[in-house]
Design a protein around this ligand. Structure first.
Ligand code: UDX
Length: 446
């Protein structure tokens, strides 16, 4: 019989994983400690914007018309322990307040709640991004707490999904990493992922520490790539070069590749910034901090971008921000998401506001979340509304609808036709032809 699956924690990762597992044909029970989340998901509604996820849920949530009925949600650990053969732990590991290290309290709580209830054979699979060494520690905890003893095992199976592509990345992963200590655990994971494996997803079997490190190493590499091109943008600005052309040219070398070389206001979100910091903190604990000091530079190049955008804006409005009307297009940390966690766009908008500018923000999906964090900014329902009377327009998240804006039409609404592209995603020629002063990070001024 196919293993029955539970998913503990139903955030971006868990909700997507649960729906994907149901799509792959398994009976799935998702758990969250927040009853409102469980109620929403049980109605087939997703607490965040993620393309395709609501449709996927709708196809499987029990009680929804025409659904497979394979997916249910609960707040009960005993129910989960009773139901599952494979338990995926998908809770978040945010940055600890005032520290670089990550906060393991949700992961620890999940293990402490589940383990004492495991009376029958089960594989617990960690998916959360954790400091290396956590899996070994948690395996020990499982052995101490689980009544079923050695019939309960741990595996570490990091998740690489990108927001905005979460469904696609979960159903068709570009690799599956399985940190295991036994053939049995490996076999069970191969069974769970039989479909993507049959489609050709590579399956990399490792020990616990390597599996944990794969995730943080991958995110560190991506962050480094972005900060590299942003450092080049700084040099380009000093030397009157064009970082977009430079990225295109070096990207033709397939050892370098074109992806993740878009210069702009840098990376944000719930993963890259906190993951590189937690990685540095962990390396420090292990006495390997020297190996990762470069990540400190990666982080500071990234944070510098935000300040630089503020300075460019100040220049654009003649040297003083006080009372200036600024339109900000984009609030989320990337397009196709409503996530504003550590969003460079919102950070820039906030800094401008705190320095006395009158900032109006428009984001296709992120207004509501942004409003919760920055209620003092003004919010508009469209790009056109946001730019009304603006002294300068800032393009800070590269939503498709911003690329399709009509420079002529916007030109009639603003007070001054001045545009700063913080994402290098708009066509300078198009805007300049319509009479705009157009500036982009790391590109020549005209
Ligand atoms: C990331 C990893 O890609 C994913 O594999 C991991 O599982 C979780 O963290 P995500 O946070 O969804 O995913 O976003 P990602 O697409 O990596 O983008 C991160 C940030 O980098 C965004 O703010 C984006 O705007 C920025 N970015 C990306 C750039 O500034 N330039 C680029 O060229 C690419």
């Amino acid at each position: 019989m196919a293993p029955r699956i539970t998913v503990i924690g139903t955030g971006y990762l868990g909700a997507t994983h649960a729906a994907a597992m149901a799509e792959l044909g398994f009976e799935v029970l998702g758990l969250d400690v927040v009853p409102e989340k469980v109620e929403m998901l049980s109605r087939g509604q997703v607490p965040m914007y993620e393309p395709g996820l609501e449709e996927l849920l709708g196809r499987h949530v029990a009680g929804m018309e025409g659904s497979s009925g394979r997916l249910r949600f609960t707040t009960s650990y005993p129910e989960v322990a009773e139901f599952g053969d494979v338990h995926f732990v998908c809770v978040n590991t945010p940055q600890r307040h005032g520290e670089y290290a990550c906060d393991m309290s949700y992961v620890d709580a999940a293990f402490e709640s589940l383990a004492p209830l495991l009376n029958r054979p089960a594989l617990v699979v960690g998916k959360s991004t954790v400091p290396v060494g956590s899996a070994a520690r948690l395996a020990k905890r499982l052995a101490e707490l689980a009544p079923a003893g050695t019939d309960v095992e741990l595996a570490w199976n990091p998740e690489f999904l990108r927001e905005g592509f979460a469904v696609q990345d979960t159903l068709h992963p570009d690799r599956i990493v399985a940190g295991v200590r036994s053939e049995h655990a490996e076999r069970l994971l191969r069974e769970v992922y039989a479909q993507p494996l049959a489609e050709g997803s590579p399956f990399v079997v490792t020990d616990f520490p390597t599996a944990e490190l794969v995730k943080t190493a991958a995110n560190s590499f991506l962050a480094t790539k972005i900060s590299f091109i942003n450092a080049m943008a700084e040099v380009c600005e000093a030397a009157d070069g064009d970082v977009v052309k430079l990225a295109e040219a070096i990207g033709h070398d397939d050892r370098i590749g074109r992806k993740f070389l878009r210069a702009g206001i840098g990376f944000g979100g719930g993963c890259l910034p906190k993951d590189i910091r937690a990685f540095m903190a962990r390396a420090g604990e292990l006495g390997a901090d020297q190996a990762l000091t470069f990540l400190r530079e990666v982080d500071s190049i990234n944070m510098r971008r935000r300040g630089h955008m503020v300075e460019l804006t100040r220049d654009a409005v003649g040297g003083a921000l006080l009372g200036k009307r600024i339109a900000v297009l984009g609030a989320t940390f990337k397009p196709d998401s409503d996530d504003v966690r550590d969003s460079p766009a919102l950070n820039v908008a906030g800094q401008l506001h705190l320095q006395g500018a009158q900032v109006t923000v428009y984001d296709p999906k992120g207004n509501r979340n942004a409003q919760t964090i920055f209620p003092t900014l003004a919010y508009a329902d469209s790009a056109l509304e946001a730019v009304g009377g603006a002294d300068v327009v800032l393009h800070l998240t590269e939503w498709r609808e911003f690329r399709e804006l009509d420079p002529e039409r916007l030109g009639e609404a603003v007070s001054v036709k001045h545009l700063l592209d913080g994402r290098n995603a708009l066509d300078p020629e198009l805007w300049r032809k319509a009479g705009w002063t157009f500036r982009a990070l790391g590109r020549p001024t005209a």
